[in-house]
Ligand binder design. Structure first.
Ligand SMILES: Nc1ncnc2c1ncn2[C@@H]1O[C@H](COP(=O)(O)OP(=O)(O)OP(=O)(O)O)[C@@H](O)[C@H]1O
Length: 269
């Protein structure tokens, strides 16, 4: 079966500097993969390349087939059709996804309305508003009516990230890319958001590309990982195998760091 996402020999350059080099991986419908690596290893650029949102200064080469459509070198108009229906992204900082001057309810109604239109439906405003509240409720936001009537600055960071997830889910994409979705949050909220993402992705049968520098975080939500270092994949495999028997020195360092952090936490508990 053709994978939902197939990245083949992806290289990203700016001038004569290579930022991502000959990266290949694939993801089937409903599969969950983690892309891990330290800061600057090329994780976010890879996510941007998949959605066709690279800055103009960065030139892609190789192939990215998403839902049967080539992304590299494809016109913006074509890519716009893919965004939402085939792929949606949740970013580290939810404020990047939210308009500060627009009430939350109106913002969630945007992608929801576009998806309904795509499906050939044009329900009355009242019905869209009701669905918006259902989405807010689905991401476990308390008092959905109050949240819908609030501006982004009037709710907490964790609540904003739940709204960003609701917006991504309202698109019902085949692939959800979560780019460090919990890094900006405190540990408790981080755990809650991970649990939420995990259950929603399973429930809706979406594929997940989860990007993080944090190995234990990735391990809780994905089945396979690809480890990136300096823009190159150095290791790839099922989470448990990579965790238990890392082959590459760099992966060993990541696993060791995660273990000593856990031990330190246990020591202070
Ligand atoms: N617009 C740009 N122009 C030039 N270089 C860039 C640009 N964006 C990112 N880079 C460089 O590309 C490399 C990979 O960046 P990227 O943001 O993908 O890393 P990352 O692994 O996601 O890191 P982080 O976890 O810090 O977000 C870095 O060296 C970064 O400085």
């Amino acid at each position: 079966m053709t994978p939902l996402l197939s990245v083949d020999g992806l290289t990203l350059k700016t001038g004569d500097k290579t930022l991502v080099s000959d990266l290949s991986f694939s993801l089937g419908a409903g599969e969950r993969m983690g892309l891990i690596g330290e800061s600057g290893s090329g994780k976010s650029l890879t996510a941007m390349a998949v959605t066709g949102l690279l800055p103009k200064s960065i030139v892609p080469a190789g192939s990215i087939l998403l839902d049967g459509q080539q992304v590299v070198g494809t016109l913006e108009r074509t890519l716009n059709g893919l965004r939402g229906s085939s792929v949606a992204v949740v970013f580290q900082e939810p404020l990047t996804a939210l308009d500060p001057l627009m009430k939350i309810g109106t913002q969630v109604a945007g992608p929801l309305g576009r998806r309904l239109a795509r499906e050939g439906k044009s329900p009355p405003r009242r019905e869209v508003d009701r669905e918006v509240l259902q989405f807010l409720d689905h991401v476990a936001l308390p008092q959905p009516e109050r949240i819908a009537n609030s501006y982004p600055h009037e709710i907490s960071g964790g609540q904003r990230q739940r709204v960003a997830i609701a917006m991504a889910l309202a698109c019902k994409p085949k692939l959800l890319i979560a780019d460090e979705p919990t890094t900006a949050l405190d540990v408790t909220t981080q755990a809650e958001i991970l649990k939420l993402l995990d259950s929603l992705v399973r429930e809706l049968g979406m594929a997940l590309l989860f990007i993080s520098h944090d190995l234990p975080v990735v391990a809780t939500v994905v089945d396979r990982v690809t480890v990136l270092r300096n823009g190159r994949a150095v290791e790839e495999g099922p989470v448990k195998a990579v965790f238990d028997q890392p082959r590459h020195d760099y992966t060993k360092t990541l696993v060791e760091a995660a273990r000593s952090f856990d031990n330190a936490l246990e020591g202070t508990a």
